[in-house]
Design a protein around this ligand. Structure first.
Ligand code: FMN
Length: 269
């Protein structure tokens, strides 16, 4: 009998995927780009509303600018294909206004609520699921990729660079490029599933679980090269969660949310 579990192609692709930051110096074939875009657009999308957009960054000057505004990551400028994935409710709200939904709500005693935080979360889900479809489709044809979360920083700059209306938020950017010959990073370690997968209820990790989960990573902690941190937890906080880029991201997202919740998204006519 044909056991589908023996068809390991997709599993192998998922198992071997790594974030690739060093690309072969070769432009992407048009056909390959089309395949990546098509895969993104076949992703599940809440209510089949496609509350996302993609911007393909083909202008080299813009790539270079983004490599600076996205926390100074020069490899962005060298990526043959860069796509920004945007949570996008502008299309739908422009359509709602055009369709007289405001009047309709008044007549029906319904509240015409502007896009709220939940809409931003939902449209971000849409955009990220589309992005991951693109990543996996790319892997399948020998194209590596790397997400750039730092596109959430510097909201005002990105808004102006990309002409973003108020109901469009850049939730992630992905760099793509062919794997360099004979050079493929090894898949990176993950935490054990027992810390990640819960059954029926959430089980908050006890201190000893946290220690065990991070044992192999914290074994590499070097107190002499550590921003004054005394342990791995302090070091990670300084390097990631509390780092200047995270502070900027928090400011930037707050600013974007003010715009999202404001009323400026109304069409001008
Ligand atoms: C939402 C998100 C944002 C990320 N942002 C960046 C980034 O700005 N720069 C970067 O080099 N890698 C970025 N990455 C890649 C992660 O660092 C990478 O996935 C992680 O270290 C695990 O490595 P792996 O993908 O090779 O398994 C991001 C990944 C995700 C999912």
């Amino acid at each position: 009998m044909n056991d589908l579990r023996e068809n390991l192609v997709v599993q192998e692709i998922l198992r071997n995927r790594v974030s690739l930051r060093n690309y072969a110096e070769r432009q992407l074939d048009e056909q390959d780009i089309n395949l990546i875009i098509e895969a993104a657009m076949r992703a599940p999308t809440a209510g089949n509303m496609m509350m996302y957009s993609m911007i393909i960054v083909s202008d080299q000057n813009l790539k270079e600018r983004l490599s600076v505004t996205c926390d100074h990551q020069p490899f962005i400028a060298k990526a043959p294909l860069v796509i920004i994935f945007l949570a996008d409710l502008q299309r739908w709200f422009d359509y709602y206004y055009k369709s007289g939904v405001e009047d309709f709500c008044l007549k029906q005693g319904l509240e015409f609520s502007g896009p709220d935080e939940a809409d931003l979360m939902l449209s971000s889900c849409d955009a990220l699921i589309a992005a991951e479809n693109a990543v996996i489709a790319a892997e399948a044809i020998g194209i590596g990729s790397c997400y750039i979360g730092d596109i959430m920083e510097n909201y005002e700059i990105h808004q102006s660079l990309l002409d973003l209306p108020p109901l469009v938020f850049p939730i992630s950017m992905v760099c793509f490029g062919y794997y360099p010959k004979n050079e493929r990073p090894r898949p990176r370690e993950r935490f054990d599933s027992r810390y990640i997968v819960h059954e029926n209820k959430y089980r908050r990790s006890a201190n000893q679980d946290l220690e065990a989960m991070l044992a192999s990573r914290s074994a590499g902690f070097d107190p002499h090269n550590s921003f004054g941190a005394e342990n791995y937890g302090q070091w990670m906080y300084a390097k990631k969660t509390g780092a200047p880029f995270s502070v900027e991201m928090a400011r930037s997202v707050r600013r974007a949310l003010e715009n999202w919740r404001g009323k400026q998204y109304k069409p001008t006519e």
